[in-house]
Every structure is written in C-alpha cells, then in structure tokens.
Design a protein around this ligand. Sequence first.
Ligand SMILES: C[S@@+](CC[C@H](N)C(=O)[O-])C[C@H]1O[C@@H](n2cnc3c(N)ncnc32)[C@H](O)[C@@H]1O
Length: 238
Amino acid sequence: MTASEPSTGRHRSIRSFVKRTGRITPSQARALRELWPAFGIDFSPHPLELDSLFGRSAPRVLEIGFGNGDSLVTLASEQPERDFIGVEVHEPGAGHCLLRIEETGITNLRLIVHDALDVLDEQIPPASLERVNLYFPDPWPKKRHHKRRIVNERFLTLAADRLAANGTLHLATDWENYAEHIDAAMSANPMFSLDERREHDGSRPLDRPATKFEVRGLKLGHRIWDWRYRRSVSGPDT
Ligand SMILES: C[S@@+](CC[C@H](N)C(=O)[O-])C[C@H]1O[C@@H](n2cnc3c(N)ncnc32)[C@H](O)[C@@H]1O
C-alpha cells in the first residue's frame, strides 16, 4: 500500500488531521498486509474506474474519516445493494476495519488510507456518488485551529461535484461550536439544500449506526447534531 506516501500537495498545506502514531496490533498489521490487495485502494492521482473495481454497477457511498470502521462495516452489511468506499488517514483504524470486513465476509466495501480531500479531488469521478458521509469530524475546538476543520468551501465544492444529481451529504457532530460552524457554512452554500436536521441525545441518529466517537461524546455529556443535505439542482455541473 502507499498510505505513507506524500500527497501531491498541489492545493494546500493546512490539513484537517495530525497523523497519530498509534500502535498497530499484530492482527491489524496482518490485515493490512494480507487483506489490502482485496479491499484496499492505493492512492494515486487518477480517477478510479469504480465499476471495474467493484465488479458491478451500483449506487456508491463515500465515508470520510471512518475511524475504526465499525459503523461503516455495519452500514455496508445492512446495504449489500450499495458499494462503500471508506477513507481514513489512521492506519490502525484501517487495519481494524479490514479485520471486520474479513469477519463479516462483506464484499461491498473498499478502503483508501489517505487525505480524503486529495481522494475526492483526484480519485473520485464527478457525479459518481449517491451519498457522502462525514461523521464526527475532528472538531478542532480552539479558535486558532478552526481553519483545519474539514467542513470548508473546498470540501463542499468537491463533495457537490462528486455527488450525482439528488445525492446527499450526511454530517454529524457532538461539538456545539462545530454544529454552529456547519449551520453557518451550509446555509451560505448554494450547492446544498437542507433535507433534515436533528439535535438529539444519541437516541435519534439520522440514517446511520452509532459511531465510536459519538459514544465517546455522549459519555462526556455532549449532545448530537445530525444533518442530511441534498445537492442542489442548481449546483455546478448540472
Ligand atoms: C473524531 S474521529 C471520528 C471517527 C469516526 N467517524 C467516528 O465517529 O467514530 C475523525 C477521524 O477523521 C480522520 N480524518 C481527519 N481528517 C481526515 C482527512 N482529511 N482524510 C481522511 N481522514 C481524516 C481522523 O484520522 C479520525 O480518525
């Protein structure tokens, strides 16, 4: 795999993550070695041929920052008629997710270990996705770090372009200040219109399973915000 190769870096230097040096367990390392050829996609700055990659034509869902992948594997197992692509920079998380893919026997999920913004920019073809999921993105709570938040104009422009007409963008956070940021960024954005917004106590997730970071936030006493936006018909490339 080419997970540690530098990205093209053509567009920007501010990243939405700091690469954690988390320990990889022996079984995660084994999964990354042995299962990557079947379920991993190496980053390269060329558009993917998704039909040949999955061996079929099907609606496609991209999940950004899947963490340990437990909720992504649950989604993919519940929806065998869809194909899923998970993007994460944290290799132990990808190793964990590969182990879950092996355990469940699902065949409709592929992983990319790279910055999701580069992946969207270079590898995901225009209008190829039915849905983009961004669940509990790193909150970057300090004001001087707000520029690292992944929900920004570049991300939204790329997501809108890669979504098919009527495609949906699903967001969730447990940080009130990030919820305010999302509300402001999305209402100022002409490429998406709001379908549904929920503020809840963890009991009413919107079209998704609970995630590890959601559970962590709830233990800290946080509330949860969920949104489903739809790509506006008047967006770019329509
Ligand atoms: C707070 S965690 C949430 C993980 C998971 N979605 C959950 O809810 O349990 C955010 C994750 O996003 C990943 N991440 C942040 N920026 C990313 C990027 N630009 N591309 C890919 N993954 C990213 C981080 O490595 C981290 O695992």
